[in-house]
Ligand binder design. Structure first.
Ligand SMILES: Cc1ncc(COP(=O)(O)O)c(C=O)c1O
Length: 378
């Protein structure tokens, strides 16, 4: 079976984790700080705050940014529901914006029409690892005094013209996911990037129940050195030392992983370009994308059959994404009439082909020849 995505773990990764198992710290030890330093250095941001997953990263980023109940936040619908679910967790209102037809990212030219007096932020998602037009998005945000929070779950290691995604030069905060199919993995894991040390401090508190050390003056007379207090109630979004050791080990290999993904994308571009009935993704920035996904478009009428026949032949493609507003909860809660033209057209035709470090040229040839065979028999 060839999946659409897979982690790559080697002996160094295994040793990094087993070393932690015999150390004094399984959680909140030195590897948490180390991974934060490594990520900040890699991305060129002042601070990284690591957490239990990419969804938690979004939640804390929204909280740290000060998104409040009733705030409207402009988001793409072509994303995993975590992007908007965490807005709902806060009581904020997702406002869906249509997609571009080349990168399938949020269409920045359609954002401004959605801004109202209640709009608080824009959350661009760097879909599949291709950067959104951050300069345009920042300019819109500045015109209307909005926050920009990047959901960069797909894009660790990817670049925009202004440097590495996650450097937060054009945004207030950016979040990553370290789920196994992403650029690097910690099993489950995520991070928030920021250039604001005060925000980083706040998120480090929020990831551990909102707990802080003793204030200088403790009111309760029977207190002692054990004292800590809940400054603001929050969740347990901690990530373990085991996971962070794996993350730092994986990060050392990230540039190699990206080089493999870029080569694979280039090979797909070359081999699929001439096939009738297949549209390859925008390759304008092949060397800048992290190629988390390689999405082709096929005929709407044939997509399901192609998908099923590939599965019968052991090739597990996927569909990214069901537009968020299609999900029953969203339909029942105000989005029943939402339908965005480009997002719908894209969703009806998209299919993610296998791409991940460790996928061999032979595997890619199998995917390409099987796809060709299926298409020519239809
Ligand atoms: C765009 C996007 N945002 C957020 C997430 C959530 O990340 P996690 O699965 O680590 O919670 C994902 C996960 O697939 C994602 O694709």
């Amino acid at each position: 079976m060839i999946p659409y995505g897979h982690q790559y773990i080697d002996a160094d990764d295994i040793k990094a984790v087993t070393d932690v198992l015999t150390s004094d710290w399984l959680t909140q030890g030195p590897h948490v700080d180390q991974l934060e330093k490594d990520l900040a250095t890699y991305c060129g941001a002042k601070e990284a705050v690591v957490v239990s997953n990419g969804t938690a990263a979004l939640h804390l980023a929204y909280m740290a940014a000060g998104i409040e109940p009733g705030d409207e936040v402009i988001v793409p619908a072509n994303t995993f529901a975590a992007t908007t679910n965490m807005l709902l967790a806060i009581g904020a209102i997702p406002v869906f914006c249509d997609a571009r037809t080349d990168t399938y990212n949020i269409d920045e030219s359609k954002i401004e029409a959605l801004v109202t007096g209640k709009t608080r932020a824009i959350v661009p998602v760097h879909f599949a690892g291709q950067a959104c037009d951050m300069k345009a998005i920042r300019a819109i945000a500045d015109r209307h005094t909005l926050l920009v929070i990047e959901d960069a779950a797909h894009a660790l290691g990817a670049e925009y013209t202004e440097g590495k995604i996650g450097n937060c030069e054009l945004s207030d905060l950016a979040t990553f996911s370290f789920h196994p199919v992403k650029s690097i993995t910690t099993g489950e894991g995520g991070a928030i990037m920021t250039n604001d040390p005060a925000q980083a401090k706040k998120m480090r508190t929020l990831r551990k129940h909102g707990m802080v050390g003793a204030p200088e003056e403790v009111e309760y007379e029977y207190e002692g050195p054990w004292y800590n207090e809940i400054s603001q109630w929050s969740w347990n979004y901690r990530i373990s030392d085991l996971q962070c050791a794996l993350g730092s080990s994986q990060l050392k290999k990230l540039d190699g992983f990206l080089a493999q993904r870029r080569e694979m994308a280039q090979y797909y571009h070359e081999q699929l370009a001439s096939i009738d009935g297949v549209a390859t993704p925008d390759k304008g920035n092949t060397d800048q994308s992290s190629w988390h996904l390689y999405v082709i478009l096929v005929d709407k009428e044939r997509r399901k059959q192609i998908f099923e026949r590939l599965r019968e032949r052991g090739i597990w493609t996927q569909v990214h994404y069901i537009p968020v507003y299609h999900h029953p909860w969203y339909r029942k809660n105000g989005y029943a009439d939402t339908s965005l033209e480009n997002t719908e057209d894209y969703y009806a035709r998209c299919m993610s082909l296998p791409i991940y470090p460790g996928l061999t040229r032979e595997d890619q040839d199998t995917v390409i020849s099987t796809l060709k065979e299926i298409l020519s028999s239809m």
